[in-house]
Design a protein around this ligand. Structure first.
Ligand code: AMP
Length: 529
């Protein structure tokens, strides 16, 4: 027997319908690459997205076809998200920071039909056009091209109908080995993720929220913000440039209450604040994810009265998995304890289950005792089952997805990451956390950046070395770093060497590229080995 409630499929077009109907005049502000600014509304975004579906149909785009974008954060990009899914298509956001080989691979693998791009990325288009074999139509977001294209339509049409399990979005993740892998989100998974992601225990959105998303729309579905924001009629403030001065200026002028970005973004903002003596205005929630939020960052924001939602997730998890939110006993904790709490990766959203398993046998669950670390696995309706076009499921025993991250789960359900499987250093059969070594090193005033990698050692198999970039004019020595580390880590974790470099390599998403760093130190020999 079935229940007796109405059919209302969980398709993401309901989000934009709701935003236009209930929050139609709420603004979307864009600061463009040329310095100009425009304002539109949720109502206009919906109308433009409907026009785009008509324009796509004229190009012959059909349900299920991939419509790609290569663009920064702006209102036309937002329109294109809803236009692409509105025709029943699959929105494929391409990361312009990827390398040519990856760009070539993913657009061809995705079989993209149409590509909408920012003028600033014209050189990429020129370079890649001969290599992209499936893209038939290139439309520039700038120079009035996009507006002319959709402007020829009247918007008198309807969204494509279909199943809620139909795909709506495709994001590739550039893992550390092999070709990038596509994660194919569904309407239903995206909708459930959006509903859970806006709750008070996660991003805490409401109709008063003014959100400046610094996390790019081309990375991990922009943490679901364009979908979740529509559900509550958030005012979005977009910037197509990532200059902290521009971002800060927008924050103050537009009364930004929420912002989201990786730690590097917040670091750049701090530098701007230090240089100008400015504050963060009305900001009340800082969402930090993608990499661990450093303690000094959390502390500084919290001291300014800003709630820090430290989130963990990955492209494969849509991407929100866990978020730090005040615990039930928050008010009884000291400030230091609260900061400690926020530095961990938070607790699962409703809809996500997590567990840690043995690093040697990925089906043996470990206790949630805050001590026993293992491989982090997740499951839920917005967690990947299988990579796009892959023949085999990406899950362990048909259910759990192995994240490649390593951590502990505390008795209250808080996740604390300690490493990644690929970065764990195994010394004498025991694991060393490169993340903890780096965190300890990063808290030394003269250290700008530090990365830890494992180097072959004949006796111990692997030993850690620490690669350090000094802050300009700092005279920090290897001895001083070792003295500091000695206070924070087990003796046998002490790096066998500390190497100073001018720069540490970063990947396309701004994170340290351990793969490249390992490659750089491939022939490195430890002195006592
Ligand atoms: P991506 O798919 O590019 O978003 O990368 C996901 C990976 O980033 C995760 O598997 C983690 O290794 C890392 N990551 C994401 N959020 C955090 C966080 N809050 N703390 C530490 N690592 C994180």
């Amino acid at each position: 027997m079935l229940g007796a409630m109405q059919d209302w499929d969980l398709r993401v077009t309901h989000l934009i319908d709701h935003a236009a109907r209930e929050h139609g005049n709420r603004e979307i502000v864009t600061h463009w690459a040329d310095g100009s600014e425009t304002r539109t509304t949720w109502g206009e975004v919906r109308l433009d997205a409907l026009k785009m579906t008509q324009a796509l149909r004229k190009l012959g785009v059909q349900s299920g076809d991939r419509v790609a974008t290569l663009a920064m954060n702006h209102s036309r990009h937002l329109v294109s998200w809803y236009g692409a899914v509105g025709i029943g298509g699959v929105l494929h956001t391409i990361n312009p920071r990827l390398f040519d080989d990856q760009l070539e691979y993913i657009a061809n693998h995705a079989e993209d039909q149409v590509l909408l791009f920012d003028k600033a990325f014209t050189p990429i288009i020129e370079r890649m056009k001969p290599k992209w074999t499936t893209i038939k139509h290139y439309i520039c977001f700038d120079n009035g091209e996009f507006e002319d294209w959709i402007g020829a339509e009247d918007g008198q049409t309807e969204w494509a109908k279909g199943d809620e399990r139909d795909p709506c979005m495709l994001c590739y993740t550039s893992g550390t080995t092999g070709n990038p892998k596509g994660v194919l989100y569904e309407h239903r998974s995206t909708m459930l993720h959006a509903i859970s992601g806006i709750q008070p225990h996660s991003f805490d959105f409401d109709a008063q929220a003014v959100m400046l998303p610094v996390v790019p729309m081309f990375h991990a579905a922009s943490w679901g913000l364009p979908w979740g924001g529509a559900a509550c009629g958030v005012k979005f403030v977009y910037s197509a440039v990532n200059d902290p001065k521009v971002l800060h200026d927008l924050m103050i002028r537009e009364g930004v209450t929420h912002s989201a970005g990786v730690p590097t973004v917040w670091l750049a903002m701090f530098q701007h604040l230090d240089a100008t003596g400015a504050d963060l205005g009305k900001l009340k929630q800082a969402i930090i994810g993608g990499s661990a939020a450093p303690r000094f960052m959390v502390e500084r924001l919290m001291k300014a009265g800003i709630r820090v939602a430290h989130a963990w997730g990955m492209t494969e998890t849509s991407p929100i998995g866990t978020v730090g939110a005040p615990s039930h006993n928050w008010d009884e904790l000291s400030f230091e304890e609260q900061v400690d709490n926020v530095c961990k990766q938070g607790r699962p959203l409703f809809g996500v289950e997590i567990r840690v398993v043995s690093l040697d046998d990925n089906t043996v669950e470990l206790p949630r005792d805050g001590k026993t670390s293992g491989a982090l696995q997740v499951r839920g309706p917005w967690i990947i089952k299988r990579y796009f076009k892959a023949e085999e499921d990406a899950t362990v025993d048909g259910q759990w997805f192995d994240t490649g991250d390593v951590g502990v789960i505390h008795p209250d359900g808080t996740l604390q990451l300690t490493d990644r499987t690929k970065d764990v250093i195994k010394s004498g059969g025991e694991w060393i956390s490169s993340v903890e070594l780096e965190n300890a090193a990063m808290s030394i005033p003269g250290v700008a950046e530090a990365a830890c990698i494992g180097i072959y050692h004949p006796k111990w198999d692997e030993r850690p070395i620490l690669v350090v970039v000094k802050k300009p004019d700092a005279d920090v020595t290897a001895e001083a770093i070792k003295d500091h580390l000695a206070q924070h880590i087990a003796k046998w974790w002490m790096p066998d060497a500390i190497e100073f470099v001018a720069e540490i390599p970063h990947g396309a998403t701004g994170k340290i590229s351990k793969k490249d760093l390992r490659e750089q130190f491939r022939d490195y020999k430890l002195v006592d080995a």
